[in-house]
Structure formats: C-alpha cells, structure tokens
Design a protein around this ligand. Structure first.
Ligand SMILES: N[C@@H](CCC(=O)N[C@@H](CS)C(=O)NCC(=O)O)C(=O)O
Length: 202
C-alpha cells in the first residue's frame, strides 16, 4: 500500500500528479508544510528533514519529490520513465537542474510577490530570486525551442518534475519565453495534472 504524506499545496503536488498519471490508489496524509503533523516523532522518523513530500510504499520510505517520482514511474514500468540510457540520464539532468536552478528561487519569488501577507514581503528578496529565475527560464525556453519534451519524444518524468515545480509559472507572464510557456500549458493540460491541480485549489 502506498501512502503519500504532504498536502497538494506543497511540493507534494508533484507526487500527487505522478500518482494520478500512474492511476495509483494511495492513502493521503494531507499535512501542510511546517504544520504540527510534520513535527510529530512518527513523521520525523520517516523524514528527519520535517518536509513534505514523503512516501511509504509497503514499508519503503522515500523523500525528495524528484526521486519519489522517478521511483514510482520505474516501479510501475510506466512509459513516463525513459527506457533508454540517454533518456534516463536526461531525466536526471533536468530534475537535478530544476532543483538547483529554480526550485527554491521560484518559491521565494512567489512568496515575496504574492503568497505572503503584504507586510511580510521583501522586494529585494523577490528581485534577487527573479535575477536567478530569468537566466534559468532562458535555458529552459531554448531547450524547448529545439524539442517539444525534455527527455525524449514524448512527455516523461523529466517534464512532470520540472513542470510540476513550475506550478507558480502558470500565473506568471511568460510571454518572453514562448516555447517554455507552451510546454508548461501542455504539461498542465494532462488529466493527471488537472487532478493534482484541483486538489491544490480545492
Ligand atoms: N527538495 C525537497 C524539498 C521539500 C520541501 O522543502 N518541502 C516544503 C514544502 S513545499 C516543506 O516541507 N517545507 C517545510 C519547511 O521548510 O520547514 C523535495 O523536492 O521534496
């Protein structure tokens, strides 16, 4: 039995999206980041980082959203997991790239422009995050100008991991990055993505 820890209004949305793509049934521990549920001894035993998402899969415990998605897709022999060595390597490349170049930056930018109460927003922090986001968007846009998907001829875990992390991009003006914007829409138009998005917005 699969159990997913983490609310859809967190990075767990990526895991919930993957579960929907794979048609998995699972138990959902719907806990928000920094909520008391992430600080219990039971949860800290699963994830000492006190972060979400975490999964338990028949006793196997795993954290890190990107790794969880690769594991689930591979375990279920999904076509979303690239079968050839180079496609698999591209999936790693883009997932790790996103974690390094965009993941925290985009959350910080969203927090300090829209998500936090106005009194807690800091323009300098938002500007510093944006200064890192712009060149990363340039890189992603250039890649998607050459190929419609990141790690092969179709949508794969690479696209899900990066597009899942760019959820905030859906409400940004991305007209400077048309290939990336079109790809982001294609990814989030998938039925599995819509299901995860509905959980987030519900
Ligand atoms: N690299 C981790 C990041 C996990 C993470 O930071 N999750 C946030 C929620 S979106 C969290 O739990 N934050 C709680 C905290 O910062 O204490 C992943 O991709 O799973």
């Amino acid at each position: 039995m699969l159990r997913i820890h983490g609310a859809a209004r967190s990075r767990a949305v990526r895991t919930l999206w993957m579960a929907a793509e794979l048609g998995l049934s699972y138990g959902h521990n719907d806990i928000l980041p920094r909520s008391p549920g992430t600080r219990t001894p039971e949860y800290l035993a699963l994830n000492p980082n006190a972060r979400v998402p975490t999964i338990e899969d028949d006793g196997f415990v795993l954290s890190e959203s990107m790794a969880i998605n690769m594991y689930l897709a591979k375990k279920h022999n999904s076509p979303l997991y690239p079968k050839d060595l180079q496609g698999e390597a591209r999936m790693w490349q883009w997932s790790l790239w996103e974690t390094d170049r965009l993941d925290r930056q985009i959350t910080t930018y969203a927090n300090h422009t829209t998500a936090l109460p106005e009194a807690q927003r800091d323009k300098a922090t938002a500007d510093a995050a944006w200064a890192e986001i712009e060149p990363a968007f340039d890189v992603l846009n250039a890649a998607l100008g050459k190929a419609p998907w990141l790690a092969g001829s179709d949508f794969t875990v690479a696209d899900l991991n990066v597009a899942g992390a760019l959820f905030r991009g859906l409400s940004m003006d991305l007209s400077r990055w048309p290939a990336m914007a079109a790809w982001l829409s294609r990814c989030w138009d998938r039925p599995g993505a819509k299901k995860a998005k509905a959980m987030r917005e519900g």
